[in-house]
Design a protein around this ligand. Sequence first.
Ligand code: UDP
Ligand code: MG
Length: 316
Amino acid sequence: MDISVVIPLYNEEESLPELTQWITHVMNGNGYSYEIIFVDDGSTDDSFRIIKRLSKDNGNIRAVRFSRNYGKSPALNTGFRMAQGDVVITMDADLQDSPDEIPELFRMIKEDGYDLVSGWKKKRYDPLSKTIPTKLFNATARKVSGIKNLHDFNCGLKAYRRQVVKNIEVYGDMHRYIPYLAKNAGFTKIAEKEVKHRARKYGHTKFGLDRFVNGYLDLGTLWFQTKFGVKPMHIFGLLGSLMFFIGFLAVLTVIILKIVSICSDDFNFYLTKSVYFYLSLAAMIMGLQFFLTGFVGELIIRNSAERNNYLISEEI
Ligand code: UDP
Ligand code: MG
């Protein structure tokens, strides 16, 4: 099979017939063998009934329905597990992404040999409240992930070599960082393609402004996991040692001041009035906590399936 189109959707009943017709038109026009995988993320409208009806006319449609709304990431992950095509293309259900982009995305994976091609909505048809923070967000994501050539991490329209989607797990709200997940899994040939974007025709966006707060928190988590995920002691041990060192200097200062005060008649040292006393206490306690966090992290990693999870690219 050439292409699997994975479409996560949540209450998009109005768009589905038009979207399906458009995708089918592109697929037939280019002679691709394909499947369309709809993942209904717990819609409360008529979406799934419409998909059922569409699938009666088109044997290439597969669909699953979540029992409730879990989120776009779990929906994509489910689609990725199901996909059988050589190239997997994800697309939003709201007709903001154009199926006309499929042939070129397919070609870039197949012929140019990219692992992942991400769409870039250079000209966006979204409200300013979304486009401006998005610019900032993408700049940070570029810096943190080291994927310097992507302008638009969270574009719903993306194409992947099948091996990529089978080797990454999208969970939580991590769909914003799939290129980063792919890079961490060893798929580094990542490119971008400018794509046409349209305003939402029906319904409304499913994400509020909290997307930016959550997005930044998730980026921090991913960065941390990438750097210290299997060696937490490298960071917590370092911080703990630093704290112990500060505490040691503070204790030393306290001891010296005490000796000086014993030897001198006109200098009195009161332990509980000394800033060094409190500094030594705080630093030692924090140092111990860092170390314990590090040890607990190491124990968790010891029992994790991820600790020796490598992707082998070639063998002789
Ligand atoms: N979506 C989903 N589950 C959710 C939220 C969104 O499957 O909990 C789908 C939604 O139906 C659409 C895609 O994810 O197909 C992108 O969502 P949306 O268009 O609301 O995001 P925006 O374009 O505003 O970033
Ligand atoms: Mg949209």
